[in-house]
Write a protein that binds this ligand. Structure first.
Ligand code: TRP
Ligand code: SF4
Length: 329
């Protein structure tokens, strides 16, 4: 039997190129593992409970993006979290055995609460947000996942997930839950086009469905080495946002660019043109596939339904076993 991989993504709007490497990594896992990927709409509610007007659109768009990038609904179980009620059920069962202190001391909790308060004047000290890692633990353990591809920022949640698995196994004298491990892909840290942290509120990222003119505008606005005024000035690519993108999206040219920048033999305009070309080449096929898929309403419905059926079967089998271990059935 194949080992089980599971990961989720919150439907917070259109995907940007930073997400591309995350999904490319998911795609690579599809052949070797039993892969499960879901749109974490319950998780979106933990912070966006007060404005759900875009939720349905965002969920569907995320599914279309995934398909356009190349996730395969035949190979992976692609589904929407809230369509599988067992996530909520297991979350409730776990809440009975989870000490409050585990959640209160989770670094993402305090960090995010402060961040929302400062940046948006919003109070997210709700029961649901405190329970965020617990819900994530339920997502993972419901499928008895062995591996969870995530970013480094999610490691505290995985640690809590492992603690819950251990505690459950111990209390109910079972070995039902594995202790899932993180799969940290070498996803490069991508800064926003303005050199700041990538953030929706700064509008400083490149959407994966950007048209050529939008890519061009975003790259043109990027900050280069500020000490370079004339083309012949010697540049320092290490402090240049354009270069940080070249390293990821223009690997073939990157050595040459580095040398030519340092020796003052390439201008920043030309350098940016190379990046625009590379990004356009990368995104064009995704954009085309996305347009094609988007027009096939019925196909998208079918993909969502197919994923729901597959996830339902897996989660129902597992929740039965879990409830049996607890003497609930
Ligand atoms: N918290 C994750 C994030 O923000 C999304 C997520 C929800 C998730 N449930 C999960 C990731 C389960 C992995 C496994 O990226
Ligand atoms: Fe940056 Fe390229 Fe200009 Fe060098 S030439 S400073 S790498 S944009």
């Amino acid at each position: 039997m194949k080992e089980i991989v599971l990961s989720g993504m919150r439907p917070t709007g259109k995907l940007h190129i930073g997400h591309l490497s995350v999904i490319d990594n998911w795609i690579k896992l599809q052949d070797k593992y039993d892969t499960n990927f879901f749109v974490a709409d319950y998780h979106a509610l933990t912070t966006q409970f007060d404005d759900t007007s875009m939720l349905q659109e965002n969920i569907r768009n995320m599914m279309i993006d995934w398909l356009a990038i190349g996730l395969d609904p035949e190979k992976s179980t692609l589904f929407i979290q809230s369509q599988i009620k067992e996530h909520a059920e297991l979350y409730l069962l776990f809440s009975m055995i989870t000490p409050l202190s585990w959640l209160e001391r989770c670094p993402t909790y305090k960090g995010q609460v402060d961040q929302f308060r400062e940046q948006e004047g919003k109070d997210i000290t709700t029961h649901g947000f405190l329970g965020y890692p617990l819900l994530q633990g339920a997502d993972i353990l419901l499928y008895l996942a062995n591996y969870v591809p995530v970013g480094e920022d999610q490691l505290p949640h995985l640690e809590i997930t492992r603690e819950i698995a251990r505690r459950f196994n111990h209390i109910y004298k079972t070995d039902i839950f594995p202790e899932p491990k993180g799969l940290l892909a070498k996803v490069p840290l991508l800064l926003g086009t303005d050199g700041r942290k990538m953030s929706k509120s700064y509008n400083n990222f490149i959407n994966i469905i950007s048209e050529t003119d939008e890519i061009t505008a975003k790259v043109r606005s990027m900050i280069t080495d500020p000490n370079r005024i004339r083309k012949t000035d010697l540049g320092n690519p290490d402090i240049c946002t354009v270069y940080s993108y070249q390293k990821i999206y223009n690997k073939n040219d990157v050595l040459e660019i580095n040398q030519n920048c340092r020796s003052g033999s390439i201008g920043c305009m030309d350098c940016k043109k190379k990046l625009i070309g590379a990004l356009d080449k990368l995104l064009r096929p995704i954009r085309d596939r996305r347009n094609d898929i988007e027009s096939k309403e019925k196909y998208i419905d079918e993909v969502i339904e197919f994923g729901r059926e597959k996830a339902k079967i897996k989660s129902q089998i597992n929740i039965e076993k879990i409830k049996e271990a607890m003497n609930l059935i």
